[in-house]
Ligand binder design. Structure first.
Ligand code: GLC
Length: 742
């Protein structure tokens, strides 16, 4: 036996070396193959590779405009998005491969953000799981279902940090924190492209880092609005997740709609070339966002499409999504010398290289496999994964006197349109998600507890001022032991172009809640929403609040199982919940200011006269059905020397009566710096399962890399001085200790 193992080890070693050699070889091989293809291509065909047109989708399914089909044949449209199903992409790919002169296969892009057919929780919900394995699993399943449906490129991960819940696209991101956002971006790229970034694997797809950059910081939270910030804030807060996704191997980047400090991202050479390529070393290609190049005209940096194409291309945007600028103007720009044929070759090379890496030249129909499509889409293990990720994403915000978990014998009055909605469970950017396999919360509650224990009355709509159904809801509530009120936002109120000036629960839902409260029965709010909401009124009236975001295809079952204690909720907020919209922007990594709030000085301090400074629920907050006690915070040393680490250990005891998972969070504070420093910054987290009565020890390692920042002269590094270490269950509830660096 031993000999066999040794032999296997040797084979493994040879394979390993071969693999490394193969990958170097394959890159050299790809360069050679791209060179030879480029040498055959006309200028029009090269420009065609820089063009991305949308397919359309009508009631009968996908449809491509006849004119665009002609451009595919002529090689003037080399890439398509919004087309899917194996059959339809096969049809389009066949035209490109068998009817165009050089037969260059196409990329098929799509917004597979949180699932393709099996839909997972919205990205903000996934982020609330703080479970990188679960998040990677979600992206992995999404990639498999997309790949077998003809899609080889997803427009994800969205890496936009945001501290403004008025901006509807917070639903697509990972919240407010650069460290958590970076780890999640890496997990999503691993899921989409595979752990070893083997894009030739038919079950991996090309990831796309978006929206580059700082799209999540629009003035007033209004989508597409101006973004203006210091380079220090940009590099310290907004850049890290994009960088993490690129370092994880993502090979496409999408330019954002917004301007950054006066220059639209789509024509921002500093962003797209100096920073992205020269500083970050990005080797893939850049695609504009939808019609982003043509939008340089309303941005006011040009008054014509030719110049827009010229500005975008010479800034570093390789591919034009849907504006038609490159399609119409690029040939003239090259012939007039404004765009060099060398730079056309370079852009074309970057796109062709990715197509080679995807294996499309070896088998253009690799992704158009109807047999695999039937086998993998909605596979039982995919639905199970969607359930598992959903249950981990929920955040228990309140649970007075153990209102939750419910008893199976509880007579429930279930209220709210959202309790009986399938569509809302899929959330925004549901791509090809449909309502097969999906059940409503009401369905699942009845299934779990029996029809007789679950009465339903809609009570009111998700928005609007119709109060005519209030009485019916109150009537059934009078006969119940507990009230389950599914409240929140219509899923169409979140995602792109859904900025709100209010973050309160819409319509008359809260009015109905107030009437139900007068019955003096326990009320459980099940929140379905795509952003932090102002729950300052509702949190006073409810006995328990479970944040479920939009929980996806298996979300209703996951919510039911959490409500009945089959799974103990373990989520933590990835974004601060304000008390009111007036506090925005509000985030945990704030600066102390020169006049921090202080009991000694009641007036002349950085504070409001009509609201506390503190949020309603802080970043990292989330309760459990059990309780976790932190103790015994210990550092292995008090001075961190360069090149060394300090171990930080803490004990966590499950002191309650439910087994459960806890997310231990590590924050650091640089007390004095050459510039002002945040009062704390997340620098580590671990999610662990602890049985009732069990104590586990968690260890974090601190090293200099965690402490580096952009100093006064904007150089990146550390400074000697004292630091606070915080470890705890959320950003406000921590144990602390000190250390210093020389
Ligand atoms: C949109 C979005 C972007 C998406 C693209 C293609 O406008 O901003 O996130 O990937 O168009 O649908």
């Amino acid at each position: 036996m031993k000999r066999i193992i040794v032999a296997l080890v040797i084979v493994e070693f040879i394979m390993g070396c071969t693999a490394i050699k193969v990958s170097e070889q394959s890159n050299k091989n790809i360069d050679q193959r791209v060179d030879s293809l480029l040498s055959l291509m006309t200028l029009e065909e090269k420009i065609g590779q820089l063009v991305l047109f949308t397919s359309h989708w009508d009631v009968t399914g996908p449809v491509m405009r006849e004119s665009d089909l002609g451009e595919i044949k002529s090689g003037k449209c080399g890439n398509v998005f919004n087309a899917h199903t194996a059959a339809y992409t096969y049809e389009l790919q066949r035209i490109a491969v068998e009817e165009s002169r050089l037969g260059i296969p196409m990329l098929f892009g799509y917004d597979v953000i949180h699932g393709h057919k099996t839909i997972f929780p919205i990205s903000l919900g996934e982020a609330a799981s703080w479970d990188l394995e679960a998040i990677e699993k979600s992206a992995r399943v999404s990639a498999i279902e997309a790949a077998v449906s003809g899609i080889n490129w997803t427009f994800a991960p969205m890496c936009d940090i945001s501290v403004d819940p008025r901006w509807g696209r917070v639903s697509e991101g990972a919240g407010e924190d650069p460290f958590l956002g970076s780890r999640i971006a890496e997990a999503r790229v691993r899921g989409f492209q595979g752990k070893d970034n083997n894009l030739a694997d038919p079950f991996t797809i090309l990831a796309c880092v978006k929206h580059f950059a700082a799209y999540g910081a629009p003035v007033a939270g209004r989508d597409y609005n101006t973004v203006d910030m210091s380079e220090r804030s940009f590099r310290g807060v907004y850049l890290p997740p994009y960088k993490a996704a690129i370092n994880a191997g993502a090979l496409s980047v999408m330019a954002s709609f917004n301007e950054l400090n006066g220059v639209p991202a789509t024509s921002n050479k500093w962003l797209m070339t100096d920073l992205l390529r020269n500083e970050l070393g990005f080797k893939g290609f850049v695609v504009s966002d939808y019609s982003g190049i043509a939008e340089l005209i309303p941005h006011g940096v040009t008054d014509n499409l030719d110049e827009a194409a010229n500005l975008a291309f010479n800034s570093g945007v390789d591919m034009d999504m849907q504006s038609g600028a490159y399609f119409k103007c690029m040939k003239d720009l090259v012939e007039s010398g404004k765009v060099s044929s060398k730079s056309i070759d370079e852009a074309c090379r970057r796109i062709l290289a990715v197509k080679f890496q995807l294996g499309l030249f070896d088998n253009p129909y690799l992704y158009c496999d109807t047999i695999n499509e039937k086998k993998y889409v909605y596979a039982p293990e995919h639905l199970d994964a969607a359930y598992d990720v959903a249950k981990r994403s929920f955040v228990l915000l309140k649970n007075d006197s153990q209102t939750l978990p419910l008893n199976k014998s509880d007579k429930l009055a279930v209220i709210g349109e959202l309790a009986n909605s399938k569509r809302d469970l899929l959330g925004s950017w549901k791509a090809a998600g449909d309502w097969d396999f999906i059940t409503t919360l009401l369905d699942e509650l009845k299934l779990f507890a029996g029809e007789k224990n679950v009465l339903y009355a809609e009570g009111c709509k998700k928005f609007g001022d119709d109060r005519s159904m209030f009485e019916e809801a109150i009537t059934i509530a009078k006969g119940a032991d507990k009230i389950i009120f599914a409240m929140g936002e219509d899923n169409e109120w979140t995602g792109e172009a859904t900025s709100r000036t209010s973050i309160k629960i819409p319509g008359v839902q809260s009015e109905l809640l107030e009437k139900l409260r007068k019955l003096n029965k326990p009320i459980v709010i099940v929140l379905m929403n795509g952003r932090p909401l102002d729950l300052s009124v509702e949190s006073e009236m409810a006995s328990a609040i479970l944040e479920t975001w939009y929980a996806g295809t298996k979300g209703a079952k996951a919510i039911t199982d959490v409500l009945y204690g089959v799974y103990n909720p373990s989520g933590k907020l990835p974004m601060t919940f304000p008390r009111n919209v007036g506090q925005i922007p509000i985030y945990y990594y704030a600066k102390n200011t020169g006049r921090p709030k202080s009991p000694e000085e009641p007036k002349y301090r950085s504070q409001y006269i009509d609201s506390p400074n503190t949020p309603l629920f802080p970043f990292g907050f989330g309760l459990s059905y059990t309780s976790f006690k932190y103790s015994n915070l210990q550092l292995s040393g008090s001075v961190l020397k360069l090149g060394q680490s300090i171990s930080v250990k803490v004990k966590i005891t499950n002191s309650g009566s439910f087994d459960g998972e806890e997310v231990a969070q590590l924050y650091l504070q640089d007390i004095v710096g050459s510039v002002t420093r945040p009062i704390k910054e997340l620098k580590g987290f671990q999610k662990l399962f602890i049985k009732v009565g069990e104590t586990k020890e968690v260890e974090f390692m601190i090293n200099h890399s965690l402490l580096a920042f952009h100093r006064l002269d904007m150089s990146y590094g550390t400074e000697p001085g004292s630091y606070n270490v915080f470890v705890g269950t959320n950003s406000n509830n921590v144990l602390s200790a000190k250390f210093s660096i020389e």
